[in-house]
Design a protein around this ligand. Structure first.
Ligand code: ZN
Length: 446
């Protein structure tokens, strides 16, 4: 049966669609028909009458666009939002985050943190997040319950002598088996960083990814110290070392990628490596600025990411894109990363960086119906001369009126339809009180 013959389940109609397809088509008086979670057709029709018996979203006077993509986050640690601010990376991690995670790291903490994260993401227009954390089985389960699309990367930091590699991979085997049942979830391997695992284990990770056709998600070249240490110990840059073990032949996505040489940049651009730009986290921790303009000129696909809420402290991609675009203007000169290009990074290019552009990132027939409807009636949205300029420089998360993932409406008229928002927030506040007490005990041991 031709896909066009399939029964329509829902229709989003009357709005102006920015499709983010290859020619950046913008369609006014649009009609998007959806069947089995996929976009069946996108076309323009004035005076459209929605068919009866199907879910109908009236988007007249609104902007419709692909859902936003968060290329790098740690949803499970959302309860640590704001627990330790204004500290450099090392102190922040070693004195606050790691000790707290050692005490709190369990399924319950990760589930509730992920619930809170999903709530914030759905409310701010994110429909796909690329995650990296511990207990990712809990993240996957929660993302599935909340109805949002996720790439769940089970992270690993090696503590020598604690586990044998065979045990690590056995655990991975059961994780990937367990999450197969969640249709919006893709599993990934997330070795923490070049310094977080031994050379031997990194090689085994790359081999395991190859055997199981998995994407690898890691933190790369986040600080000068990291790069200098690898150069001193191994005589090559992290990019060169990873090349020697075959990482770049796999589907890979690298967060941060700040400290890169010009040959590293050309090399990454020539390979199919996805890069994630996390400007708010990188600047808050004082780490530096990802060379986004040069990476894109070299051919790399770059996504925006928020990183976790302990270093951001929000998951709002509208704030991220506004700030991040201006930071690139400061680094390279005004106009080197125009608003239109930043919106690509939030959508279709973000999807490419995560190796999922066959499925999401643009509103075209055959792709998943992952989309948002933006209410553009607020004073800060008037007038609009250019859609991309509005989205990057003046839109805010409160403009997101409806959020849909795989044809299912998760938020309609700012109301969450499939979760108890108050319950999640109350529970998170209760945990917040306990975490604050725990943190002060850890900081002031008797
Ligand atoms: Zn991170």
């Amino acid at each position: 049966m031709n896909s066009k013959d399939k029964k329509i389940d829902s229709v989003v109609w009357g709005g102006t669609v920015i499709t983010m397809d290859a020619s950046l088509s913008v369609i006014s008086d649009s009609v998007i028909t959806i069947s089995d979670g996929k976009i069946q057709n996108v076309f323009s029709q004035k005076s459209f009458n929605p068919p009866t018996g199907v879910e109908s979203i009236d988007a007249r006077g609104c902007l419709v666009m692909p859902g936003l993509i968060n290329g790098h986050t740690h949803a499970g640690m959302t309860l640590l939002r704001g627990i330790a601010d204004d500290l450099p990376l090392y102190d922040w991690l070693q004195k606050h985050i790691f000790p707290l995670e050692r005490k709190l790291g369990n399924q319950e903490f990760v589930s509730l943190g992920t619930k809170l994260a999903c709530l914030e993401m759905i409310r701010s227009g994110t429909t796909l997040f690329n995650d990296m954390y511990y207990f990712e089985e809990a993240t996957a389960k929660t993302a599935d319950e909340m109805g949002i699309r996720a790439i769940c990367g089970q992270t690993y930091v090696e503590i020598s002598g604690v586990e044998k590699a065979s045990e690590v991979f056995q655990k991975f085997d059961s994780f990937f088996k367990e999450i197969q049942k969640y249709k919006l979830v893709t599993g990934a391997l997330a070795p923490h960083s070049i310094y977080g695992l031994s050379e031997k284990l990194w090689k085994e990770m790359v081999a395991y990814a190859g055997q199981n056709d998995l994407m690898i998600h890691t933190h790369l070249c986040e600080t000068k110290e990291e790069v200098e240490r690898i150069k001193t110990e191994r005589g090559v840059t992290p990019i060169e070392w990873f090349d020697s073990i075959g990482l770049w032949e796999k589907r890979t996505v690298c967060a941060h990628s700040i400290e890169l040489s010009s040959s590293d940049i050309s090399f990454l651009g020539e390979r199919n490596v996805g890069i994630v730009y996390n400007p708010e986290s990188n600047l808050k921790l004082g780490n530096g600025i990802c060379p986004v303009v040069e990476l894109r000129e070299a051919g790399a696909a770059v996504s925006f990411g928020t990183d976790g809420t302990a270093s951001n402290n929000n998951l709002d991609l509208f704030r991220e894109v506004d700030f991040g675009t201006k930071v690139q203007a400061f680094k390279y000169g005004v106009g080197k990363l125009p608003a239109r290009e930043s919106v690509k990074m939030l959508t279709i290019e973000g999807a490419k960086a995560l190796h999922l552009d066959h499925l999401v990132g643009s509103l075209e027939a055959g792709k998943s119906a992952d989309l948002i409807v933006m209410d553009i009636s607020s004073p800060h949205a008037v007038p609009i001369y250019d859609w991309y300029s509005y989205l990057v420089y003046s839109a805010s998360q409160g403009d997101v009126r409806d959020t849909m993932v795989a044809g299912k409406v998760l938020m309609k008229n700012r109301q969450m339809l499939h979760c108890d928002e108050k319950q999640i927030l109350d529970e998170a506040r209760r945990w917040g009180i306990q975490i604050k007490e725990l943190n002060s005990k850890l900081q002031n041991p008797r």
